[in-house]
Design a protein around this ligand. Structure first.
Ligand code: ADP
Ligand code: MG
Length: 314
């Protein structure tokens, strides 16, 4: 497939102001191509769930537009909705029913053809056969998530929306679920939009990510592209006295560029040329006390911190 023709999700200037006056989403633009896993990363309140709500037709956009497989969510909501499936942030399965009944009900609701065969297929793919006859109330958090994702796939969606799929799961279960999502990504001809505030997860799972902050997209690209903005390595300096002045001094001396930033007592300097030790040496030369230095390759956390001035809550 090629270029623009294979964009499955197209979003232009999409905005949502709730009746309360909260501007949850303030004009976002992005595209998701066929088979691509796209991550929307950002802290609580960034507008991620509202964006998913608009793309799945449960929240009416205030401005802008969004199309799924060419269907505008405002003009042709039924067709747009049929192209996708969503796993919401909160629990959405019926706890009193068995896993199998949850699957059955969903498959009927969505008019899934060859129902039994399709259920068997996703049950197998998600390793659910051993627990399928039990009421969902007896499932662990990880098992319930697996059921929710498997159920969403019954209708063979072109796009799967996953809102914080791993939140609240313990690290081992989180990893299992990530592996499963990784498999899914290679097996199904499907695009995925996943929201998360775990940056390591985004790095591992996503072809491209967008950093969402206060209703806007601060940057987007592949994780490698975003990290490359900060060069090959970064030097992190802990400065006791006046970190704002230290940053200014480093910039004036040409050791730090415009992409250097300071948060609290820490000055972070992307190193594009010269040595990672240059910044510490420059401060020492000027008599500015540095209490700690580390150099390392940049991470998505650094990119996030530079763009937002905040650490993401993990
Ligand atoms: N139904 C709603 N009515 C009013 N405000 C809302 C509603 N849903 C979300 N918000 C507000 O919109 C902003 C974005 O929320 P949300 O989209 O849930 O962000 P995220 O999923 O990134 O945490 C927050 O300030 C939130 O309080
Ligand atoms: Mg949310």
């Amino acid at each position: 497939m090629e270029g623009a023709a294979s964009a499955i999700v197209e979003v232009e200037g999409l905005s949502k102001t709730y009746p309360s006056g909260v501007e949850a989403v303030r004009g976002v633009d992005f595209e998701i191509r066929a088979g691509e896993v796209f991550g929307l990363i950002g802290p609580n309140g960034a507008g991620k769930s509202t964006t998913i709500g608009m793309l799945t037709t449960t929240v009416a956009p205030t401005r802008g537009r969004a199309r799924l497989c060419g269907f505008d969510v405002a003009v042709d909501p039924l067709r747009a909705r049929r192209a996708s499936a969503v796993v919401c942030q909160g629990p959405s399965v019926d706890r009193a029913l068995s896993g199998r009944m949850n699957m059955e009900v969903h498959a009927r609701l969505w008019g899934v053809s060859h129902r039994a065969a399709r259920i068997a297929e996703v049950v197998d793919a998600f390793g659910l056969s051993g627990i399928l006859e039990r009421p969902v109330a007896t499932y662990s958090g990880g098992q319930r998530r697996r059921l929710e994702i498997a159920r969403a796939l019954l209708s063979n969606p072109r796009v799967l929306f996953l809102d914080e799929p791993t939140v609240g799961l313990d690290p081992r279960i989180r990893r299992e679920l990530l592996d499963m999502l990784g498999l899914l990504r290679s097996a199904e001809e499907m695009s995925v939009l996943v929201t998360t505030h775990y940056l390591d997860e985004a790095e591992r799972l996503c072809d491209r990510v967008a950093i969402m902050y206060q209703g806007r997209l601060a940057a987007s690209g592949s994780p490698a592209q975003l990290r490359a903005r900060l060069g090959q390595s970064i030097a992190e300096l802990r400065v006791e006295q006046d970190p704002v002045k230290a940053l200014a001094v480093l910039r004036a001396g040409g050791v730090a560029g415009h992409d250097a930033f300071q948060v609290g007592q820490t000055v972070t300097v992307p190193v594009h040329r010269g040595s990672p030790d240059d910044a510490a040496a420059e401060l020492a030369r000027l008599g500015i006390a540095v209490t700690g230095v580390s150099t390392r390759p940049p991470t998505l956390d650094d990119v996030y911190l530079q763009l937002t001035g905040e650490r993401i809550a993990a």
